[in-house]
Structure formats: structure tokens, C-alpha cells
Design a protein around this ligand. Structure first.
Ligand code: AMP
Length: 146
């Protein structure tokens, strides 16, 4: 019996994300699991609120399009088939939690730098995903790309 049926890999689409590929595919392969990808876009309005006297819609759409292209290209580098690719908008950790609950994910995989303050062990997002997740969380250590 497989330990994991539905695995979700959270990617920030930085160059470092490639370091998550090999282990994720190996785990998905070994468990014969469905593998999905998620990328969360934090809306510009979160950062700028009503302070910017311009319509951010077009810039936001361009960011979404760019993320879609990058996620497709990332998925193409995986040796295990990708069942779904999700681009969602909101707060990163909350959206990952919500997605895991709604899609019955049993393992969520994130990258971990261990360079942020408290998080000598886990990066800030990895830490946030771990706290509040209702499924297993695997934090894969990534090396910063200089
Ligand atoms: P951080 O702690 O922000 O450096 O990110 C560590 C890991 O969290 C990344 O390798 C991803 O697995 C995940 N992550 C960070 N930002 C996002 C995002 N916007 N969408 C999806 N996953 C993310």
C-alpha cells in the first residue's frame, strides 16, 4: 500500500525550485502518487493596498501570465507526470493549507533554506506551512543560488 496518494509540491518558481525536483519525483514514483504543483501569487494590493494611485489590474495579469509560463516550464522538467498545476492568489501559507484540505492532499513538499531568523532549521514559508497543516509536510533543504 502507498503511504501517499496525493502529493502537492509548492513552488515559488525561483531558480532554487529545481532543487526540489529529484526527491519529489522519487517519492511520487515510489508511492505511485498523483503529483500536483501549486504556486501562490500574493496580490499586489496586499503590498500596496490603496496607497498606489493607479489600477494594478494589468500588472497583476502580466504577473499571472508570467507565472503560468514558468510553472508550465517547471512541470516539463519533472520525470513524474503532473496531474494538476494550480496558480492561486492570496496569502501563501493559508492558500497552501486550504488547497491541501480541499484536495485531500496527504503530503505537501516545500523547500527550506534555514536562513531566516528563528528558522535556522526551516525557511519562513516552510515553517508557516508546517504549522497549521493537516497532512504530512516534507521540507527539502535547498541551497541558495548566488
Ligand atoms: P521561503 O521560505 O519563502 O524562502 O520559501 C521556501 C519554500 O516555500 C519554497 O521552496 C516553496 O516550496 C515554498 N514557497 C514559497 N513561496 C511560495 C509561493 N509563492 N508559492 C508556492 N510555494 C511557495
Amino acid at each position: 500500500m502507498s503511504a501517499y496518494k496525493r502529493i502537492l509540491l509548492a513552488v515559488d518558481l525561483s531558480e532554487e525550485s529545481d532543487q526540489l525536483i529529484d526527491k519529489t519525483c522519487e517519492i511520487a514514483e515510489r508511492n505511485n502518487a498523483e503529483l500536483s504543483l501549486i504556486h501562490v501569487i500574493e496580490p499586489l494590493s496586499f503590498a500596496y493596498g490603496g496607497d498606489v494611485p493607479m489600477d494594478l489590474t494589468t500588472i497583476q495579469e502580466q504577473l499571472d501570465d508570467h507565472a503560468r509560463v514558468k510553472l508550465d516550464s517547471f512541470a516539463a522538467r519533472l520525470s513524474h507526470p503532473v496531474t494538476h498545476k494550480f496558480i492561486v492568489s492570496g496569502h501563501t501559507e493559508s492558500e497552501i493549507h486550504r488547497h491541501c484540505d480541499e484536495h485531500s492532499i496527504d503530503l505537501v513538499i516545500v523547500g527550506s533554506h534555514g536562513r531566516h531568523g528563528l528558522s535556522l532549521l526551516l525557511g519562513s514559508t516552510a515553517n508557516g506551512v508546517l504549522h497549521g497543516a493537516h497532512c504530512d509536510v516534507l521540507a527539502i533543504r535547498v541551497q541558495p543560488i548566488k
